[in-house]
Write a protein that binds this ligand. Structure first.
Ligand code: HEM
Length: 158
């Protein structure tokens, strides 16, 4: 009888120990990495792969420290050509009609046959400074002013 009692106590103690060891092991931090890695990028969003393989979009984070010097923007090169009165004068007919209005040079060749006021009016402007003629007829009128802009080829070099 005493032996049976001792065996029961022994088994109960052994069971309790196994239980403690099992529970304790499951509560210990696992060596397997479960949290995803994120890279920090200052300027753009970075897509990083998370632990389960799906893509996770991370927001860019402002890091502290000296800001990077910005790359100098190249100065725009002035590409607008300029023409003298002599150069404009060489385009004085229907095959090539250049004119000057308010110090801007226009090539009106394609407009000669489209002008609602007739080809003659445009031909009278070819090869000369026609500022006064244009302003007398159309100065401040929206549609003629807009059309004129579309024919700009350069500036008048005095
Ligand atoms: C000395 C130069 C010019 C003269 C004498 C002249 C004359 C005229 C005349 C008389 C009209 C009226 C036509 C009508 O209603 O039946 C007219 C209309 C018009 N012209 Fe000129 N024009 C000249 C230059 C130009 C230029 C350089 C442009 C533009 C590139 C231009 C654009 C127009 C336009 C868009 C209309 C129609 C306006 C509208 O109905 O709203 N003209 N022009």
């Amino acid at each position: 009888m005493k032996n049976i009692k001792q065996t029961i106590i022994f088994l109960a103690t052994a069971f309790a120990l196994v239980l403690i060891v099992t529970l304790g092991a499951s509560m210990l931090p696992s060596s397997k990495k479960t949290s995803p890695d994120y890279t920090i990028n200052n300027t753009t969003n970075t897509n990083t792969t998370s632990a389960n393989g799906s893509n996770v979009s991370t927001k860019p984070t402002q890091t502290t420290g000296t800001p990077k010097p910005s790359t100098p923007t190249p100065k725009p090169v002035n590409t607008t050509p300029s023409y003298t009165l002599t150069q404009v004068g060489a385009h004085s007919n229907s095959s090539s009609c250049w004119t000057i209005v308010r110090s801007t040079v226009y090539d009106l060749t394609p407009w000669i046959d489209q002008h609602p006021g007739g080809a003659g009016a445009i031909l009278s402007m070819c090869g000369i400074d026609a500022t006064a003629d244009f302003e007398d007829q159309h100065g401040g009128q929206r549609r003629p002013e807009n059309e004129l802009q579309g024919f700009e080829i350069g500036t008048y070099k005095k």
